[in-house]
Design a protein around this ligand. Structure first.
Ligand SMILES: Cc1cc2ncn([C@H]3O[C@H](COP(=O)(O)O)[C@@H](O)[C@H]3O)c2cc1C
Ligand SMILES: O=C(O)c1cccnc1
Length: 351
């Protein structure tokens, strides 16, 4: 049995008893029923995910998976490929946006080189768990072999295991990889049947001319691929190493009953891939935000989830998920710390 099959077998439905206990307690707390809106839904979801009537999400772990994309050679990004490795060094030095946001929420941050074109070996503090030197250019060849997809999934699973051993109770998945909005668009188009024009966005900030070119590149990739193949084969043809690692991490998190806060477009497509391998994973996912990337709304709709925030972000790295995390913290605190009507001697029926 493969590593993946073992993981898929371990994924169980979320806990109905803890969900019911959290729902019942919320209705006894000193507030009009349902008045904390989405925060109440979040508390209930977290109880069901963790199988704890009083869930805890602290401390969170942030894992940033980094890799390169052969399709960068088509000129689909506003930035050159070298930026992926340079940003890995920046993560390691603590200077990127996600470093700041992770510090604010008390998260341990780990950066994993899954396949940056030029190895990040030697950069202090980076986990080296490489599958290959970047992917193939999806416009002309498969991104990876089937074996490499399995290997990249396992990279994500190992990262979750490390986070668990450190005592983390929730997971924020981030990515760094120049041109990864192209791979994500191709995957989303393959799985939803949407046209490239609907799912391709400006990524790092490309102009209209480059956007039209990017759409054409994705059309070439889709024309070459068998989009009806099984999800792993589609990932091999059109995906990315860091995207696949995030998929593996979603599966491992669900198996371990860890809530996953999804970040932007790329992270959401990776989570969508996980649900195509195991639909139950969906119940372990919390949509942190809606990014400005054109395809993100479609990816969230494909998962049938509503994001917590919409801040016009278009960064990735796990930044939007880290910004949403305090809401999870608040949901848990309200459930655990608010007085009940009985405790506080407050009349619990409207007159
Ligand atoms: C300095 C810098 C930091 C980033 N951090 C995240 N991204 C984001 O931009 C990339 C995707 O956009 P595209 O497909 O257009 O290349 C990914 O690396 C993503 O994480 C960055 C991009 C840059 C340039
Ligand atoms: O939504 C995202 O995650 C995103 C958008 C643009 C560039 N990088 C990431």
């Amino acid at each position: 049995m493969s590593h993946l099959d073992t993981m898929l077998e371990r994924i169980q439905p979320t806990c109905a008893d803890s969900r019911a206990a959290a729902l019942s307690r919320l209705d006894q707390l000193t507030k009009p029923r349902g008045s904390l809106g989405r925060l109440e839904e979040l508390a209930v979801e977290l109880a069901a995910i963790t199988a704890q009537p009083l869930p805890r999400v602290d401390p969170p772990a942030v894992v940033v998976f980094a890799a390169d994309h052969g399709v960068a050679a088509e000129g689909v990004s506003a930035y050159p490929q070298e930026v992926s490795a340079q940003m890995v060094a920046n993560f390691a030095a603590g200077g990127a946006a996600i470093n700041v946001l992770a510090r604010q929420i008390g998260a341990h941050l780990e950066v994993v080189d899954v396949g940056v074109a030029t190895s990040c070996k030697g950069i202090d503090g980076v986990v080296i768990d490489r599958v290959r030197d970047g992917t193939g250019n999806i416009a002309v060849e498969d991104a990876m072999s089937d074996e490499e997809v399995q290997a990249a999934l396992a990279v994500g699973m190992r990262a979750v295991e490390r986070a668990r051993r450190r005592g983390c109770r929730s997971l924020i998945l981030g990515e760094m990889g120049i041109a990864n909005t192209s791979s994500s668009s191709a995957l989303l188009a393959a799985w939803t049947g949407l046209r490239p024009q609907q799912v391709v966005g400006r990524g790092t900030g490309i102009d209209d001319q480059r956007l039209a070119h990017k759409c054409h590149v994705i059309e070439r990739a889709l024309a070459r691929a068998d989009v009806d193949a099984d999800p792993l084969r589609v990932m091999a043809q059109l995906g990315g190493l860091e995207i696949t690692a995030m998929t593996g991490a979603c599966l491992a998190a669900a198996a371990a009953r860890l809530p996953v806060v999804m970040d932007g477009f790329i992270a959401t497509v990776a989570a969508l891939a996980a649900t195509r391998l195991c639909p139950t994973v969906k119940d372990y996912l919390i949509a942190g935000h809606r990014s400005d990337e054109a395809g993100h709304g479609h990816a969230l709709a494909a998962l049938d989830v509503e994001p917590l925030l919409s801040l016009g972000l278009r960064l990735g790295e796990g930044s939007g998920a880290a910004l949403a995390f305090p809401l999870l913290h608040s949901a848990c605190a309200v459930l655990a710390e608010m007085a009940t009507f009985a405790d506080a001697g407050v009349a619990d029926e409207p007159s």
